[in-house]
Design a protein around this ligand. Sequence first.
Ligand code: ZN
Length: 156
Amino acid sequence: MSELNELYQQLILEHNKSPRNFRVLDRCTHDADGYNPLCGDHYHVWVNVENGVIMDIGFQGNGCAISKSSASMMTAAVKGKSVAEVKALFDTFHAVIMTKIGDEVPDATIEALGSLGALAGVREFPARIKCASLAWHTLVAALNGAGSSISTENNG
Ligand code: ZN
């Protein structure tokens, strides 16, 4: 498990250093602004949805390594997926990072998350859970057509 943790840590650092899809989209159908005042993480997410599928996604902003790598991993994970699949993926990811310390998360659940599973360990650091979920809350707000801004202090 410690080898796996090390691998996951490197993945997080790598995404923080070279975030995927870190750009403004020329054309988008949805976008939203997300802010985590507890840490100062602040991102904007743009999505281009066609026929219910996320054709393209981009994000920009600033924040801690956890928030930026989570946003980067999210964009890589959701591109090409349907909106319904993305919401299901978020439900799984959110359930994992909200699992109480001491409670078991099945290995199969973490494996099903792919690279997002690298962030499963944040559940042991409650202050960082909102950093890891910020980009996702922002994406869901964009997809729901909120088209505005969300704060982790209003959305949990
Ligand atoms: Zn943060």
